[in-house]
Ligand binder design. Structure first.
Ligand code: FES
Length: 402
């Protein structure tokens, strides 16, 4: 990871990518909160970068349209609004002249990191009347999973505990993980919808080498089942196959044949202390793909879980945080790292995920015309609409428009 990973330079655009809906084609009127959330849902923690990247040299990032600078002091990471109130220069261009502060590079206004208050003005001496009276906005910061997380507030509320937002199994189990954080083009909602989109898995990824190791689903009669804060795709037991001249024979056979009875529906691997239902031995099973607020995909195989956090940057960019987690300890961790660095990082987090990045970057909806497999997209929109509506009502505030 380098500083170039921060697609911060352009200001968050206010323009909309959308064309007006044509007659007979669907817009996003049914999901007004979702439609308005072009720069993301506020009131959540978002992973920004690897902890190792944050040092005493401030770095710039944009999350949910907010320009932020991250800096570390005395082992603690801090986040400040990346704009000096004097003349608007980014504080990320400055440096640390005194412990616990960051100084603007232009005229030396120096801000206290925990509070954001102007602590000193190097070019105006000790008698500066603005000291203590001017401040930059600060953001709550936590570090989990080897990453720095920042809370993007809805209003001026206190952030909820970050552990209540993380997938439960990542809070209570020991594990090892590998992952990558990449800046990507395309709105964050397209990334969410792509991750949970069952219809694309076998077609878009038909040339992905990862498919040599893991089969991809072909859509069937899918149901969406809520469980806790997640929604899961569950397939019913209907088998189909068809010949498409020139494209070959297509079916859902590999996927379909492992259907367990509905009663044994399982959310998949939940960590060392609570393994997958042992009666389900196949690596493919329904309910393994799930999505939750504010845009977290969870693919639970029996021996590992893959997560994708889609972090809004602005209307046209997001940050992809892909993490593969294995609930293992001791010498087995070396085996996992070997597998991750030798294959998974390149095949899955590389080529396979690169195909998704391509589609997310060039998607241009709405307007749109949905088909049966898009039930996964609309279920996610329904969930986020409901959850964000509750959050807005609880905060007693009006939505901030993108
Ligand atoms: Fe920052 Fe002048 S612009 S000190």
């Amino acid at each position: 990871m380098t500083v170039e990973d921060s697609p911060d330079a352009p200001p968050p655009p206010v323009r909309s990518r959308r064309r007006p809906a044509e007659p007979g084609r669907q817009d996003w009127k049914s999901w007004p909160h979702y439609d308005a959330a072009g720069t993301g849902f506020r009131g959540y923690w978002y992973p920004v970068t690897w902890s190792s990247q944050i040092t005493d040299k401030p770095l710039p990032f944009t999350i949910c349209g907010e320009k932020i600078t991250l800096i570390r002091d005395g082992g603690t990471a801090y986040a400040l609004h990346n704009r000096c109130p004097h003349r608007g220069v980014p504080l990320s261009e400055g440096d640390q002249q005194f412990p616990g502060t960051v100084s603007c590079p232009y005229h030396g206004w120096t801000f206290d990191l925990p509070t954001g208050k102007l602590a000193a003005v190097i070019t105006d001496g000790p008698g500066c009347r603005l000291t203590g009276k001017v401040s930059v906005r600060t953001y709550a910061v936590e570090e989990r999973l080897g990453m720095v997380w920042v809370y993007i507030p809805l209003a001026d509320e206190e952030p909820h505990p970050i552990d209540s937002q993380l997938p439960e199994e990542l809070v209570s189990n020991a594990f090892v993980m590998g992952g990558r954080i990449d800046p990507r083009g395309g709105n964050w909602r397209f990334a969410c919808e792509n991750g949970f989109d069952e219809g694309h898995a076998k077609y878009l990824h038909r040339t992905a080498l990862w498919r040599l190791f893991k089969p991809m689903p072909t859509w069937n009669i899918t149901r969406i089942v809520p469980k806790g804060r997640w929604i899961f795709r569950v397939q019913d037991e209907v088998y189909w196959e068809a010949e498409f001249p020139g494209v070959g024979r297509w079916s859902n056979k590999r996927w379909w044949k492992f259907q367990p009875p509905k009663e044994t529906f399982n959310i998949g691997n939940t960590g060392k202390a609570d393994r997958i239902n042992p009666t389900i031995e196949a690596q493919e099973f329904p309910g393994f793909a799930s999505l939750s607020m504010p845009g977290v995909l969870r693919i639970a195989y029996p021996n590992f879980i893959h997560y994708e956090f889609y972090v809004p940057v602005d209307e046209d960019n997001h940050r992809y945080v892909g993490v593969m987690v294995n609930f293992t300890e001791g010498w087995d961790t070396l085996r996992f790292y070997g597998k991750y660095l030798g294959a998974i990082r390149w095949l899955f987090h590389g080529q396979f995920s690169g195909q998704d990045a391509w589609m997310v970057d060039i998607t241009d909806a709405p307007p749109e015309k949905l088909y049966r497999p898009d039930i996964s997209l609309t279920a996610w929109r329904n969930l986020s609409e409901e959850e964000y509506g509750k959050k807005l009502a609880g905060a007693g505030t009006h939505e901030k428009e993108a």
